[in-house]
Design a protein around this ligand. Structure first.
Ligand code: MTE
Length: 317
């Protein structure tokens, strides 16, 4: 554990945002984790760290190979910028991710606007190698670097009335062409979880991957990763986290409620109205790589199925 003070700075006490440098802080936090893992003091070049030495979460993927970083970095869904998966890499570089703050509000004892720097100073980073299954039926295996969402939520003390969590991405029409043009979705992008899903140890907030700070196109500086749900739940560039009494509005569910449910747990037996979810194309494979059989809860049933004991899996998508 990184032991730091528990001081969190509320919006009212914030001074000059320009003195904070999130990127540096993420590297510093990674360095802290590295030091815990190795006992060695070290300096990092080019934002790269020796990720092998990062403490690893014991929730590794089912021994599938990690997808090559270049593929994960250059085949992204970030609809604020473009509907094209490859142009995002260059377009997303226009987003300013430093300084960055996150508003945490709603049913919590200590609402406020928190600098990412302060958030990270209370967290120890770990590597989580997770399988990631997109609703479009492709999949990958990614070594994320992050911390449990529950650890952040605990710092703001959720009230017993908090039943759901809503996440909101940045709204920046100056640099996000599809926001500027009001294209397709209602912006900003929003997602949500039930509070028990949010508090589950597999649910993380990620600030990096492949031993580096999060690339902008993959959701820098802070994104959600919920490995047993379809990828669209893993919202990027989070600026607001609100704890709610009632189920939140979520972008894709609002856009097409029959296609994209609130839960969206990976389930090979429930087809999307236009395609089967029974199997998946693994990114990084060759033309000859066979499609992989999709697993219930993306292979994490052992850890998460009990969250849904009282629900009929066929009826909740
Ligand atoms: N978050 C925001 N803000 N905007 C998006 O368009 N796309 C979602 C999710 N998070 C999206 C988002 C979808 S559809 C997927 S599959 C994943 O991000 C993709 O993550 P990746 O691009 O890092 O692979």
């Amino acid at each position: 554990m990184i032991i730091k003070s528990n001081k969190i700075i509320p919006a009212s006490e914030i001074t000059d945002p320009l003195i904070f440098k999130n990127r540096r802080q993420i590297i510093k936090a990674m360095a802290g984790s590295l030091l815990i893992g190795s006992g060695i003091s070290s300096v990092f070049a080019n934002d790269k760290i020796d990720w092998i030495k990062l403490p690893k979460a014991n929730v590794l993927t089912n021994s599938l190979p990690v997808t090559p970083a270049e593929i994960v970095k250059n085949y992204t869904n970030y609809y604020e910028f473009t509907f094209n998966k490859t142009d995002t890499t260059s377009l997303a570089q226009n987003l300013r991710t430093d300084p960055w703050s996150v508003e945490i509000s709603g049913e919590v004892e200590t609402p406020g606007v928190y600098y990412l720097e302060d958030i990270l100073s209370h967290q120890s980073l770990q590597e989580y190698i997770y399988r990631f299954r997109c609703v479009e039926a492709w999949s990958m295996v990614v070594p994320w670097i992050g911390f449990p969402l529950s650890a952040l939520l605990k710092t703001v003390k959720p009230l017993s009335s908090a039943r759901f969590v809503q996440f909101t991405s940045i709204y920046s029409p100056q640099v996000m062409p599809n926001q500027r043009d009001n294209a397709m979705l209602d912006w900003p992008y929003q997602e949500g979880l039930r509070i028990d899903e949010a508090m589950h140890p597999l649910t993380i907030l990620a600030v990096g991957m492949y031993g580096e700070t999060m690339p902008k196109q993959n959701g820098a500086p802070l994104r959600l990763v919920v490995p047993w749900k379809y990828g669209f739940k893993s919202i990027k560039a989070i600026v607001k986290i609100e704890l709610l009494k009632k189920p939140p509005v979520t972008t894709w569910n609002k856009f097409a409620p029959n296609d994209y449910g609130f839960y969206s747990n990976v389930n090979p037996t429930v087809a999307h109205p236009r395609w089967s979810q029974n199997s998946e194309r693994q990114l990084g494979g060759s033309f000859f790589t066979p499609r992989r059989q999709t697993e219930l809860f993306n292979g994490y049933a052992h850890q998460v199925a009990s969250l849904y004991n009282d629900m009929d899996l066929r009826h909740f998508f």
